[in-house]
Design a protein around this ligand. Sequence first.
Ligand SMILES: [Zn+2]
Length: 135
Amino acid sequence: MKDWFYKFMQGRNGINHFSRFLSTLGTVLLIISLFLIRNTFGNFILLFGFACVFYSNYIIFSRNKVQRAKENQDYLALRRIFLGFFGKKKNKMKNLKDYKYLKCPNCKTEMKVPRGKGKIKVHCKNCGHDFITKS
Ligand SMILES: [Zn+2]
């Protein structure tokens, strides 16, 4: 049985980050769809869940490793952008007590200044514009 499986998987792509993500997403969607009333939206979730699981298996058993590796890279790049975006937002929320976020009136670059310092002069590192603001 193990031997057979090993032979079967030879030359195939196997599990990667993207296939793992798709099978998790697909499983979650299928579970969610169980709790939805069978309307258009519920059917869509069900169908999409099946599609994710199906494609995840397609990746694992695919023999086109080059194409699958490219897909996986694209997925990882997207994930990095996504996580980076939410990481920044979280950081900003944490800092909101001690820092004030403002935009340079000249070039619209976002910057942070310490709170509770009264009137301060801010120097934009991007364009060199100076302006006075309340902190
Ligand atoms: Zn500026």
